[in-house]
Ligand binder design. Sequence first.
Ligand code: SF4
Length: 701
Amino acid sequence: MSVVSSVCCYCGTGCGVLIEADAGVVTGVAGDPAHPANRGRLCTKGATLHLAAAAASGRARHPEFRRDRTSVRARAGWADALDHIAEKFRSVVAEHGPDAVAFYVSGQLTTEAYYVFNKLARGLVGTNNIDTNSRLCMSSAVAGYKATLGVDAPPGCYDDIEAAGTLFIAGSNTAYAHPILFRRIEAARRARPDLKLVVVDPRRTDTAAEADLHLAILPGTDVALFHAMLNVMLWEDRVDRAYIDAHTEGWTALRDLVRDYTPEKAAAICGVPAADIVTAARWFARGPTLSLYCQGLNQSTCGVDKNAALINLHLATAQIGKPGAAPLSLTGQPNAMGGREVGGMANLFSAHRELDNPEHRAEVARLWGVDALPGQPGKTAIEMFDAVRRGEIRALWIACTNPAQSLPDQARVREALAAAELVVLQDAYADTETAGFADVLLPAAAWGETDGTMTNSERRIARVRAAVPPPGEARADWEIVTDFARRLDPERGVRLFPYACAEDVFDEHRETTRGRDLDITGLSYARLDAGPQHWPFAEGAVEGRVRLYADGVYPTGSGRARFHAAPYRPVAEAIDARFPLHLNTGRLRDAWHGMSRTGRVARLFAHADAPRLAMHPRDLALRRLASGELVRVKSRRGEVVVEVEASEAVRPGQCFLPMHWGARFMSGLGANALTLPAFDAVSKQPELKHAAVQVARADLP
Ligand code: SF4
């Protein structure tokens, strides 16, 4: 039996795991006591990783492709499958240009795989059409950091949980989505009963139930709440004027804006008592305050404003750059952060460089050894699938994600997938909703079968390692891309993709970070073998920088952090007489994403064996409904039939549907049949957290 140290492949907490393997099969998993994120603990999902890994059903084992849509995919060799894609790509690019090709990748890829996909798209094909499913979970956090602090760098760390005086959780059911962090929060509160917990969430989640103060705001009203908290801080002179004067800009505009957001006015907008807003403001200003936030802020048409309005509070009270004080966004996927580092999003560029900066493009072109890189912005997730639907993008390569389950407005997404000339799916699983649309299936190695690195929510880079070989002919993601690049353009492909192992890719990526804010030139696989490290970790450093901005100097050009003064805006789709209920979608404790892994572990279904729509008992009574009945949930885009359950965790007028079940598991096209594709104008992140719906008994027309 062998034991290999790696990282959990689910949430962005990034827990260290020890994988036990025997005769090429993963046989067990344990929390790594040496890993600083979890110190040996695992949640229910992490503790059953071995069961998901050992489940043989659904795995993609061999390449398959079909020459046209009238035939079915047939098993093929790697050479034939990749040559087929290369031939199609060359023909599409020759006829329609490089922007007729697009890549839709995933926050579950290793940083190395992300890096080679990025280089393939921009450096070899010549398009910025590379985006990721992380667009759906944290692009508003990226834009929020850049708008206020200058770069996309979470300034705090997990150890701030134990150092804080107030924990301010907004738009995150941490108890379910990042369970090990929540265990740390519970333990810290047991050790220090004066550690306050404030939770902002429309639902009374398990996280909110633990709070000293739960602000059950109406959906999408976070900006009004945060502005009102700043109004209280101003009125009670709880802001840090010396810090504001020395380290920030834009204060006057923000101060003038928030004067209008009295607690009473915000109470009317947000649906919470004004006195609770005052209490939250006082606890926040007293500090040190660590904010933890996730999809409730990010998945919104004003997601950047919500992120920035929260960061405003940290800057105004100097709650940043010191132990226990930081705005710390949580990433939903294990390597959403690593993807950001390599520029694996349509509007980003390698190592936090800017796509619209010609000098940055020239730097990366020089590092990669290409003449030039494209400057026009690529299509982001929603835009990308719309462009496929319109026929502007003709060849789409999807890696390690399931857009036919996870993107909003599924009818539109499926129309796009059906309209594409070529859909390539590179995935470990062959039975996802998206696999049904794939012309080419490329079997990828899964968790426990591949080498590389990942970065968790606190900027900590850790090694992931293979414990067993992948099944059949499946290969590591970085290796598939490297092979393809050499076939697409034999001369340039071989030169630009010279990698023999994941470490070769890491070493090249490391060089692109030299002199940047996320400089990791002091890191190597050998250094990471001694334990995970925070970035930046420049050459010569003995350790990574745990907290940023301790000196109050920000990478904004002026050196000052920028206040963001944007007024509150309501959700994109208002409720009305026809669609009178607010629908919220989200996560359950023991399911993850579209359940391609957790759906294979029977033990995890003990928590929730089927999707259920949670509604307040009053709303059920109004409709003469009872728990357990089937209801039809309709939005302007589609409908699903699902069991309903009474829940006082949702307020009257609202309902909640888990997002994990797609068309494979429930009638209609899953929860995202209902959601809308409206997105934030800056971050392009869709408003998955709110849609207007109606609910009636399923047997009614
Ligand atoms: Fe895995 Fe997240 Fe659970 Fe840790 S908290 S074991 S990273 S799912």
